[in-house]
Design a protein around this ligand. Structure first.
Ligand code: SF4
Ligand code: SF4
Length: 124
């Protein structure tokens, strides 16, 4: 694997973020296995996934010319942009059913509603 000389920057020269210890609606991020998996047989190495992702989930393998899921828990829970854009459908995620179970376990709907109420009260 080749990642370039400066380990703090990715192949595009962007600062690498560390987001994997952030909580998601109060649940430790690393307890939620939402992250991309790449089918390397299908992947054509176009780079759209790493270029599109703004959360440092991917590194790039210069020798194989393929993405590496280097920081899976940096992935934003519920995001699937890279998968949606991949020209070869080479990126997969857990099912929406699982995502919604995590949403309900985290009581994200109630918490979001409370945030909106608070925001509305603060502008009254
Ligand atoms: S967008 Fe898809 S085909 Fe392109 S590099 Fe990423 S995984 Fe491979
Ligand atoms: S789903 Fe979103 S945050 Fe996660 S790796 Fe893809 S583009 Fe990045």
């Amino acid at each position: 694997m080749s990642e370039g000389k400066d380990m703090k920057k990715d192949i595009l020269g962007r600062q690498i973020k560390e987001l994997s210890n952030d909580a998601w609606w109060g649940i430790p991020r690393q307890q939620i296995p939402w992250y991309p998996e790449v089918d390397y047989e299908s992947c054509i190495g176009c780079g759209l996934c790493i270029v599109t992702c703004g959360r440092s989930v991917y590194d790039w393998d210069l020798e194989k010319n393929k993405p590496i899921v280097a920081r899976p828990y940096n992935c934003l829970v519920g995001c699937s942009t890279c998968s949606n854009l991949c020209p070869k459908d080479a990126i997969s995620f857990p099912s929406l059913g699982k995502l919604r179970k995590w949403r309900d376990k985290a009581e994200a709907i109630r918490k979001a509603s409370e945030k909106i109420k608070e925001a509305k009260n603060s502008v009254k």
